[in-house]
Design a protein around this ligand. Sequence first.
Ligand code: A4P
Ligand code: MG
Length: 319
Amino acid sequence: MDRIKIKDLEVFGRHGVYEEENRLGQKFLVSACLYLDTRRAGLRDSLEDSVNYGEVCHRIAAFFEARACKLIEAAAEALASELLRSFEALRGLTLEIKKPWAPIGLPLSWVSVEIERGWHTAYVALGSNMGDRQSYLGQAVSGLEDNPDIRVEQVSDWMETAPYGVTDQPEFLNGCARISTLLEPEELLAYLNQLEQQAGRERIRRWGPRTLDLDILLYEDRIMERPALTIPHRDMHNREFVLRPLCQIAPGVCHPVLHRTAEQLLQCLVERADSGAGCKEGRNPAGGASCKEDRNPAGGEGCKEDRNPAGGEGEREHG
Ligand code: A4P
Ligand code: MG
């Protein structure tokens, strides 16, 4: 990704753990590497397609004037959020805050903290089968939009689906949203749980009826298995009610464990349902020997991330 760099911008701030530091203030040096796509701005010679580095510098100076954190870690975190939220074209940044006069009683050039932050592409599945289902799903999208650390990029149609798993319950309305987020996966899950609670969600029975269910399907190409969070969603490839809406907005997005696109996973699932078993050899849309993705986590010639038309930058591109 293209970069605009700012080196050692000198600003005055009051960050520090000592009372004198908060009272008297001191000099800080701020360096930033801004990640964005400058192609359009470069071709058109137009500032509105880029990030105005002058504005960024003044925002940094104003931030230092207005805020007083104890830690430069906290200053860096808050400043990175503010810049990423404020400048539309900015996809990520590295930020270094140097403190040349750190009061440690020993001579040093400076002490610094450097962080890397950015927008991440994630896919969220939405479902409801109680009450005014459409309204619950609509409120969930509004709730996502209300969070300054989330941008809703695209939402699928709401689709009527038969209950999966526990079948003696009302029909579901399901959908999928592509979001950009500054939140880490656990933070995103916590926020989704908060939205579920606001919709009056009660966890009475596993897979039982619910006003609102929000699951993280994919988060960039990250793979994680923690007690409270598995990414990619552990059962997404077996669920038509997940794959159909996902395919509508991102048919080419790649499952980082199964190495299949959403479209391939859906086709495979449909074929499995039709045949009552696994896909037959040769009918596998990805050209591999088997369509039982959960038994073949790395095999086949499935999707290549760089061909992914919908899946953001991937985790490894910044920095
Ligand atoms: N959890 C782990 N990974 C994730 C993730 N990627 N996203 C944990 C979200 N949550 C994740 O979920 C149980 C726990 O899973 C959470 O505490 C979280 O820490 P839950 O929402 O509390 O309970 P649940 O929804 O009853 O269980 P589960 O296993 O999440 O069920 P699902 O997968 O949500 O499926 N049929 C149709 N047609 N449409 C539906 O939407 N939904 C379900 C529920 C069943 N049948 C359905 C539908
Ligand atoms: Mg759930």
